[in-house]
Design a protein around this ligand. Structure first.
Ligand code: SF4
Length: 300
């Protein structure tokens, strides 16, 4: 599929995703470190590969999402329950050390072999729940790349104009046809929290409608820990209204001058802790936040 924005001319500073917009709301300083400061922006990629910033829930979440993607690339007759663990073996990898064989140990964020085994068992259970919840042979409109080390290509491909000056993009887990003239966006959740981020869902409705030029009738969250499903039908919100809301969030960022730190439980997972001016408060937040407290969608 051809991107509406020519890949060679991408100015990423003008492209906004839900996680980028949410990060500004969570902590303007972290946003500044991640997207605006040229030194820290470059440093981000090195920091992400350091064992102290590799989180087991992140490894687990990625492995489950990628196993589901691999599963949907199989021929329909091969999409059996037995084939899900086979996919997980291929996707249990360290992003920081892609050639590391299992067990991943610290390169997957695990403190011990037992901890990694426990996480692997959780991943298997989530895949079982996926099989119970999801359509196995849907008409697939969009599936992420199998080459997950290059998922930036998906992001580039989804870049879609929002206005003359700005574009939007993001990451779909799966988009399927739900009726002859409408699509359904599906987001697989591996976190413990079952809170829905409605702005993110509306953003994805707008992105899918603009990108695929088709109506999105619902978005569904599949909570893979509990086999729960929540559907959102967007009855009261049009794509035009969502685009206005995205634009107003972008304008809020563009008019910001201070980019103050806003310590929260996000600090524990922030790559820039040691450079943050709010050191005392950050230390307190880091000490009181448990590793499992955060969602699988880390914004960094
Ligand atoms: S450490 Fe906390 S307060 Fe500081 S930039 Fe990161 S998220 Fe913001």
């Amino acid at each position: 599929m051809q991107s509406k924005t020519k890949a060679q001319n991408i100015d990423y500073s003008r492209v906004y995703s839900p996680s980028k917009l949410n990060l500004f709301g969570q902590c303007p300083k972290a946003y500044h470190f991640s997207y605006l400061d040229p030194v820290y922006r470059r440093m981000k990629y090195k920091l992400q590969k350091m064992p102290e910033f590799i989180w087991k829930f992140h490894t687990l979440g990625k492995a489950v999402h990628n196993a589901i993607t691999f599963f949907y690339y199989l021929k329909p007759e091969e999409r059996t329950k037995k084939n899900l663990p086979v996919q997980l073996k291929k996707t249990w990898v360290s992003e920081a050390m892609p050639n590391k064989k299992m067990p991943l140990g610290e390169w997957g964020g695990f403190k011990s072999l037992e901890e990694e085994r426990e996480a692997y068992r959780e991943a298997l259970k989530m895949l079982k729940n996926f099989y119970q919840l999801a359509e196995i042979e849907p008409e697939i409109k969009y599936l992420p790349t199998k080459d997950f080390a290059n998922s930036i290509e998906d992001y580039k491909d989804l870049i879609t104009p929002l206005s003359e000056d700005f574009s939007i993009s993001g990451k779909f887990d799966l988009v399927i046809r739900s009726s002859p003239d409408a699509l359904q966006v599906i987001d697989f959740k591996t976190s413990k929290s079952e809170e829905a981020d409605e702005f993110q869902l509306e953003f994805y409705k707008a992105l899918a409608e603009e990108r695929f030029e088709e109506r999105v009738e619902k978005a569904s969250l599949y909570f893979l820990r509990t086999a729960n499903q929540k559907d959102f039908a967007f009855k009261d919100v049009s794509t035009a209204v969502i685009k206005d809301e995205i634009m107003s969030r972008i304008n809020r960022i563009l008019s910001e001058r201070e980019f103050e730190p806003k310590p929260s439980k996000l600090c524990k997972f922030c790559l820039f802790q040691t450079f943050c001016p709010a050191k005392e408060k950050v230390k307190e937040m880091v000490e009181t936040t448990k590793g499992e407290d955060f969602s699988d969608d880390l914004p960094f």
